[in-house]
Design a protein around this ligand. Sequence first.
Ligand code: DQA
Length: 143
Amino acid sequence: MKLQIINGPNLNLIGQREKSIYGVMSFDDYLHYLLKKYSALSIDYFQSNIEGEIIDKIQEVGYSSDGIILNAAAYTHTSVGIADAVRAIETPVIEVHISNTKSREDYRHKSFISPHVKGIIQGFGLLSYELAIISFLDRIKDE
Ligand code: DQA
């Protein structure tokens, strides 16, 4: 099974950034844990602070991957372009967030992406990503 994790802006700073919200572990360390634990899967990782690069990556993998785990970060709340890319592709997308955006500022309550995804997992810290992997595994099992 081929999965793609896509992280949006400022998620390269996880571990240093607002630790009380996002925790102390770097995403690289967490990715290392995921790749080891799910070594039977092919998991690719992409992070960009640039909206167009995220759209390019969604288009690139959106017809070949079995699943996309997308944390568009701040673009979640602003980007019609990323939402349109998610609508355009065939690969199912799970939207993830480290924090529970619904318990935060009002401007984080709106997601342009949510209406077009298979499911949303948020508020479980970095575990949100692993829960998304598990849900893709479960989906294959049921098919
Ligand atoms: C985030 C939540 C967003 O509101 C925020 O802009 C982020 C991270 C999360 O994972 O909790 O950068 O997507």
